[in-house]
Design a protein around this ligand. Structure first.
Ligand SMILES: Cc1cc2nc3c(=O)[nH]c(=O)nc-3n(C[C@H](O)[C@H](O)[C@H](O)COP(=O)(O)OP(=O)(O)OC[C@H]3O[C@@H](n4cnc5c(N)ncnc54)[C@H](O)[C@@H]3O)c2cc1C
Length: 490
């Protein structure tokens, strides 16, 4: 017998857990979560490289209804974030809904519900919520000779804890968020690092310190103090939006701050020039770090200011022609973000897959629903990422919208997203992003789909705007059901 459910959620990261919590709060009991791995946590389960941490303050990178007074520091390390999510899932009983080691392999709309094939058998779901993440599949550069490198080669999201670091010559490829967090920690652990940098990142000071016992005690005994801190952090995040979204004065002030940060830590003019970005502030994710520049300026790091071009046995050859002999290679090369792996698995009405529907890049209405895919919600998918504030604010809002919409649905009704609503939403994103640094800033970034040049991952507005649009949704984003129309006709 095929197991049948009112709602199946795919993925037990923050989005999947948030969705299950919201569904439960909305009174929907028949919910299971499918998780392909043996543990929950998504990003924070998979990314265990040295130095991994969140660059959003911990009290904001927390589910709204599950504050945690005991964060150890202002910016939490990855393992502490995973422990937090495990604690939330256990204390709410949501962990009992998770089916671990169960990957969604295929889903198609059968006219009435979603027919799912998983690695542990078939299931049927009236409603399907995809919470599969967006930074899950490592992007591995196709570099001639890399496969024959004689030492270890690891990707940052598949860290090997047995990798010897102290006294090892390690090439780190990439200066995105993971590379910038990892390099200072590898140096602290005694590695000699050669850092391959295709383009210099914009880096702002981070700050962040350990909370004292007294502070944590105060947060625990005074929920109002904690709530006020969260609100302050939220507003600080919202204020950062202008500098990323095309406000020239705000971008100039922020880039001046970043360049002053660089000057303060790097005195060698040639090294400083190599570390100066050659594209507009905000075009790619702006990074936060206090120890990256000091590490790169130290004797332990050699900056190679060009891409890895090929590998010649144990020697990495840069695009500049320089050669670097190393013992291990760490690929901090990010993720395949614009083409989501789950899109291939989902076939909607008319036999069209989500990947085919997104042939020129992801699109949606309200960043959450897609025409041709009834009774389906996608969290943290198209235009739902942020460069200025906590991702959790977005995915919790989407989870609440999905739960509200499912709960309000008349029994048996099918929610068919309106293609006109999807086109209007896509046009709005194009209009809003046309003149921003994300699109015109002169960089190559995962925010923008290479097939269309459209901004497909980032939400171009503030969180406040995103919340307002989802809370204002009144059902007109769905087509009217023919049955409903008939019943109103005398
Ligand atoms: C290194 C790193 C640092 C980050 N730092 C920040 C930060 O500082 N601030 C911030 O706001 N965001 C940050 N992010 C973004 C982060 O991904 C989000 O904040 C958030 O954790 C995403 O949660 P999620 O549940 O949407 O996705 P994920 O955490 O990726 O979870 C998705 C889950 O779905 C499962 N899954 C996928 N496909 C299937 C399938 N077919 N069947 C079953 N299960 C499946 C996966 O195994 C995974 O457990 C960072 C991301 C990375 C990679």
């Amino acid at each position: 017998m095929t197991a049948e459910h009112e709602v199946v959620v795919v993925g037990a990261g923050f989005a999947g857990i948030a969705a299950a919590l919201e569904l439960e709060a909305a009174g929907i009991a028949d919910v299971v979560i499918l998780e392909r791995a043996g543990d929950l946590g998504g990003t924070w389960r998979d990314n265990t490289y040295p130095g991994v941490a969140c660059d959003v303050p911990a009290h904001l990178y927390t589910l709204a209804r599950h504050p945690w007074p005991h964060w150890s520091r202002e910016f939490a390390p990855g393992a502490e974030i995973q422990a937090y999510l495990r604690r939330v899932a256990a204390s709410t009983g949501i962990d009992g809904r998770i089916r671990f080691d169960t990957a969604l392999a295929e889903a198609h709309w059968d006219g009435d519900a979603w027919a799912l094939q998983t690695t542990r058998g078939a299931r049927r779901a009236r409603m399907l919520i995809l919470a599969c993440g967006r930074l899950t599949e490592p992007s591995i550069p196709q570099v001639h000779g890399l496969a024959a490198f004689p030492g270890p080669v690891v990707h940052s999201a598949r860290w090997d804890p047995t990798l010897a670091v102290a006294g090892t010559r390690i090439a780190v490829v990439g200066t995105g968020a993971s590379g910038v967090q990892m390099v200072p920690e590898l140096v602290r652990r005694g590695a000699a690092v050669t850092l391959f940098q295709r383009s210099a990142p914009w880096v702002l000071p981070r700050g962040g310190r350990t909370y004292t016992d007294a502070e944590r005690h105060r947060f625990a005994s005074r929920p109002d103090v904690l709530a006020a801190l969260r609100e302050e952090l939220f507003q600080e995040g919202e204020a950062r939006h202008a500098s990323r979204a095309g406000d020239a004065a705000a971008a100039a002030a922020a880039s001046d701050q970043a360049l002053a940060h660089l000057r303060a830590h790097v005195t060698d003019p040639a090294l400083r020039a190599s570390l100066t970005p050659n594209y507009a502030f905000g075009c790619k994710r702006v990074l936060l770090s206090d120890d990256f520049y000091p590490a790169v300026a130290s004797d332990a790091v050699t900056l190679e200011p060009s891409a890895l071009a090929r590998v010649d046995a144990d020697t990495l050859v840069a695009a500049s022609g320089r050669r670097h002999t190393v013992d291990a290679v760490v690929l901090a090369t990010g993720f395949r973000a614009t083409r989501q792996p789950y899109a291939d698995l989902i076939t909607g009405e008319d036999g069209i897959s989500l990947d085919e529907h997104w042939a020129t890049g992801m699109s949606s209405a309200l960043s959450t629903i897609v025409s041709g895919f009834p009774n389906l919600f996608i969290l943290n998918g198209p235009n739902a990422s942020l460069g200025h504030n906590s991702s959790l604010l977005m995915l919790e809002e989407q989870a609440a919208y999905a739960a509200r919409t499912i709960a309000a649905r008349p029994t048996g009704a099918i929610l068919r997203p309106d293609p006109v609503a999807e086109q209007a939403y896509t046009d709005m994103i194009v209009r809003r992003s046309r003149t921003t640094a994300w699109v015109t800033g002169g960089c190559r970034s995962w925010y923008v789909d290479e097939r269309s040049g459209r901004l497909t991952l980032l939400w171009p507005g503030t969180v406040t705007e995103f919340r307002a649009q989802l809370r204002a949704a009144d059902g007109t984003e769905f087509l009217r059901e023919p049955a409903t129309e008939r019943s109103t006709t005398p």
